[in-house]
Design a binder for this molecule. Structure first.
Ligand SMILES: Nc1nc2c(ncn2[C@@H]2O[C@H](COP(=O)(O)OP(=O)(O)OP(=O)(O)O)[C@@H](O)[C@H]2O)c(=O)[nH]1
Ligand SMILES: [Mg+2]
Length: 332
């Protein structure tokens, strides 16, 4: 009962005309680990390349509960009212374990989830060669090819994922919540350093004052950090996703950052650098995967681990043994 595999031409047409089903099939192909799917997905990327490049690519991160989903719902609806088409990709590290929490995300974006001009989809968070974010990047480009002019990638702020997210988007937004000085210290400096736009959410009701104070603290802290984008000074805004206040300023800040990237030539440079980075990473992981698949590699690796731990071999010696012909045929 597997549905007939669509042809390349059907997929290209479907994505070009913004058909959701075709877009979903295309992303599934791009995420697939089957070589035949990958080959088709890459042909598709090439065939659609003239449609790729124009969208505003936004990464949105923040601690759990910062209001990322509420923000995307509010900002997404606000953008749709203004004629934009908005795609949302959600990287959720828990989805690998729970089998997907997109249902949860869709219920947190109830109106956006049913809007014609919006598309919401979870991104796989594990098990992809070359890093999670890079497959998400392909999904992002496919959304772009399908006519979505704003693509937002939501990632929960846990460790490694933020820096990967910052590598695939043009504008990296950090969402924060009102917090006092102590909690301010708790935000990882590395993440703040990556931010092109910082926005303190929940600036409503009793939290409004604390939000403004937190924004002031962050503004102050930013003075001591190098800018995430050369020549750009990262703005710190306050807004309320719940009440919809400050969304216009948030969008304006994203637009100003995009304009700065374009005017300074950094947009092209940044995207080119992303491609080079992915090339290096995918090559390294592909080569590693091939070595791992060699017969006897597992045993040889275990032996090498023992040898370097005991000090009977140096690490470079062990790598030479594992990657040389002798290492490759070990155990055979
Ligand atoms: N007061 C106030 N509460 C908000 C605002 N935005 C979100 N919240 C609340 O904060 C909680 C978390 O919101 P979410 O949008 O689910 O946050 P999230 O960052 O997507 O959370 P995870 O996906 O679990 O990491 C919910 O109870 C929201 O109602 C806001 O602007 N003001
Ligand atoms: Mg969320």
């Amino acid at each position: 009962m597997t549905p007939r595999r669509p042809s390349l031409a059907e997929l290209v047409d479907g994505v070009r005309t913004g058909e959701r089903a075709a877009l979903s099939r295309a992303i599934t192909l791009a995420e697939s680990r089957l070589a035949s799917d990958q080959a088709l997905a890459q042909e598709l990327m090439v065939a659609l390349s003239d449609r790729i490049g124009g969208a505003v690519r936004i990464g949105l991160t923040g601690v759990p509960g910062a209001g990322k989903s509420t923000t995307i719902e509010a900002l997404g609806l606000w953008l749709i009212e203004r004629g934009h088409r908005v795609a949302v990709l959600v990287i959720d590290p828990s989805s690998a374990r729970t089998g997907g929490s997109i249902l949860g995300d869709k219920t947190r974006m109830p109106r956006l989830a049913v809007a014609d001009a919006a598309y919401i989809r979870p991104s796989p968070s594990a098990g992809v060669l070359g890093g999670v974010a890079w497959r998400t990047r392909e999904a992002m480009l496919l959304c772009e090819a399908a006519g979505f002019d704003v693509v937002i990638v939501e990632s929960v702020g846990v460790g490694q994922s933020e820096s990967e997210l910052a590598e695939i988007v043009d504008t990296f937004c950090l969402l924060l919540v009102p917090a006092g000085g102590d909690e301010l210290q708790g935000i990882k400096r590395g993440v703040v350093e990556l931010a092109d736009v910082i926005a303190v959410n929940k600036a409503d009701g009793e939290l409004a004052k604390a939000a403004r104070r937190a924004a002031g603290d962050y503004r102050h802290a930013l003075h001591m950090l190098p800018p995430a984008t050369p020549g750009w000074s990262t703005p710190v805004l306050t807004y309320s996703a719940r009440e919809g206040t400050g969304l216009e300023e948030l969008w304006a800040a994203i637009g100003a950052h995009r304009a700065h990237l374009e005017a300074s030539g950094q947009l092209r440079a940044r995207r080119a650098e992303q491609q080079r980075h992915w090339l290096g990473r995918l090559l390294a992981e592909t080569v590693l995967a091939r070595f791992r698949a060699r017969p006897g590699f597992g045993d040889a690796y275990a032996a090498a681990e023992r040898a370097v731990a005991d000090g009977t071999m140096t690490v470079p010696q062990a790598v030479a043994a594992l990657t040389g012909d002798a290492g490759g045929s070990a155990g055979a």
